[in-house]
Design a protein around this ligand. Structure first.
Ligand code: UDP
Ligand code: MG
Length: 225
């Protein structure tokens, strides 16, 4: 302060900008090779780097961990963490946020329903000065009527019972500035809901529309219950 110069809203992008992608994975062996290939390709289009992908294996029962171990040996940009058992999607994501080291962090599901190709669009909004950039689904290709209706109802109820404005039609797919991630890391709630928490903490937020793909392979881990 004190210079009298007005500060523009845009982020000053350092030449060694590091982007992290945080991904919880549970029994995603059939998707992992494509997920890693497409995410690395998307990161390659962005300035700075080397960027990183931090994957947390949430106690998978099949070969997810073996594939991740091999991937980390093949490419230093891949970081893999394994949990002692299955703790659930949101806890696994919380663990991933403990390990990321980037200046900006993209959070994404590991089943390719969140297309990695959208990450550069999220980064572009961050460069404009937004600290939370959430991806807003346009379509829900391949999801059942029940899943769409129950998700819509869930968000309607959430809006009724809380003052926190959780954006409709968003999942975890979003980009957060390091400042936001550091605040989330101080919130050690037992039942965490990072997409709600990142709305609650404030900061400058904006949505970016994208088309949500059908699950690439494998099955949803959010069955009826
Ligand atoms: N996931 C996880 N632990 C779980 C269940 C899911 O880490 O116990 C991961 C899963 O591999 C995926 C993401 O969380 O990357 C979202 O899960 P899913 O695709 O099954 O949810 P849906 O898209 O049906 O809401
Ligand atoms: Mg999914």
């Amino acid at each position: 302060m004190g210079s009298g110069v007005l500060q523009g809203p845009a982020q000053s992008v350092s030449p060694d900008l590091k982007i992290s992608v945080a991904v919880p994975v549970y029994n995603e062996e059939s998707v992992l090779p494509d997920l890693l290939r497409r995410t690395l390709a998307a990161l390659d289009t962005l300035p700075g780097g080397p960027h990183e992908i931090v994957l947390v294996d949430d106690g998978s029962s099949e070969r997810t961990w073996q594939i991740l171990e091999q991937a980390t040996a093949d490419d230093p940009r891949i970081v893999a963490v394994t949990l002692s058992r299955n703790f659930g999607h949101q806890a696994a994501l919380g663990a991933a946020l403990d390990f990321v080291t980037g200046d900006v962090v993209a959070v994404m599901d590991g089943d390719l329903q969140d297309p990695p190709e959208v990450i550069p669009d999220l980064v572009a909004k961050w460069k404009e000065g937004y600290q939370v950039v959430y991806a807003v689904r346009q379509e829900r290709e391949g999801e059942s009527w029940f899943k769409k209706t129950s998700a819509a109802l869930f968000y309607r109820v959430i809006h009724r019972i809380t003052d926190v404005k959780i954006p409709v039609d968003t999942g975890d797919f979003r980009l957060m500035d390091r400042k936001v991630v550091d605040v989330l890391k101080t919130m050690r709630e037992r039942h965490r809901f990072p997409r709600g928490m990142s709305a609650w903490v404030g900061f400058k937020q904006v949505g970016v529309p994208y088309d949500r793909a059908a699950r690439h392979a494998g099955v949803t881990k959010y069955p009826f219950r």
